[in-house]
Design a protein around this ligand. Sequence first.
Ligand SMILES: Cc1ncc(COP(=O)(O)O)c(C=O)c1O
Length: 430
Amino acid sequence: MSTDHVQRARQHFADANPASRAHYDEARRYLPGGHTRTVLTHAPFPLEFVGGQGAMLTDADGHEYIDLLGDYTAGLLGHSERRVIDAVTAALHTNVSVGGIHPAEARLARLMCERFGLDRVRFTNSGTEANLMAITTAMMATGRDRLVVFNGGYHGGVLYFATGAAPWNVPYHFVLAPYNDLAASVAVIREHGPSLAAVIVEPMLGSGGCLPGADGFLAGVFAAAREVGALCIADEVMTSRHGRQGLAHLMGATADITTFGKYIGGGFSFGAFGGRADLLDQFDTSPEAGRTRVISHAGTFNNNIATMTAGGVVLGEVFTADVAESHTARGDEFRAHVASVLARHRVPMSVSGFGSMMAIHALADVPSTVDQVLARDHDLNELLYLGLLRRGVYTAARGMVTLGLALSDEHLATALGALDDALGEIDELV
Ligand SMILES: Cc1ncc(COP(=O)(O)O)c(C=O)c1O
């Protein structure tokens, strides 16, 4: 693919978005790169969004988009879910920054334990923090310090393994294993067995390209970890939306600790880690527990009223287990439609994923490893991204799509039409 085509598409984008450009230029005076979330930026500059209703987004230049990104799974509810907005508004009229315990916190904890089969749960401000605390829990319980992570895995800004371990990661003793290669992963786990505190793994690589764990991979990794006395941490920050109880459960694997984030906070900052009582009770400060050694867990906003209230409505009323189950099926169906649109075109494209999370790759075959994802034609992926924007469909620049509850069948049909049209245009170039 010639970069001339990409340059022309970028120029077209820049010409169509002068107000976003002006915002970006102003923002860059104060924010390095004009942002505080690296994933949201791309060349020549990202759009500035000024409004959202249901499944639609509006940018600073007045363009409207069908939101197929769903804020990388955090925006599952769409942009104006009344039940959450009303409950949070009412709670904010009651008390803000409580500085104490309040009922919404225990309610959300109960809902999470019942829904995801946890004995106990604790809240944090983000998925990153949830994973850091899950790791702490495992290291304290085992007295060991090594952690098996997977190539292509992402567990937060400082737990980043897209192409090996990033230099800005927290300085823990990480050992990398190849995702979706069970035999090689088991060998790594055994090699480091005596000093291994935990394995931490996504049931499906999310940021790594929506690559589901192969049949038996997750369960096999967990079994090997248990053999050497290490704990199993499932990072379900993105994937707890699948099925009635999350993706690990659908894959027949049970973690000792599971981490959560994203949509459960209803759009507010959220993270949680939960699981076995004997592990989580290391945090139990109650006199009744009589523990001589307790892990202290701080976080001013861990139990903030907006998130705790929103989360209670999300799990209790909006995204019940029944809704989660049917949303997963709807996502599978949509992904199949995407695959058949891709198959109609000359340009080599494939779609990977599970349920309502997927990614479109400029690759002829559906990838199963991050190395395959990284080898895709980046120019083609960019052309598709910009082509979809031009047709009023918002996805991730890297090709990720996550479906939200506010998307109607008509939205999805329109988005498929836009995909078909954008690919038709690219067909002419390859
Ligand atoms: C699997 C996974 N774990 C952890 C995180 C980090 O969550 P947060 O961005 O809330 O810190 C993410 C975020 O994308 C994620 O996809």
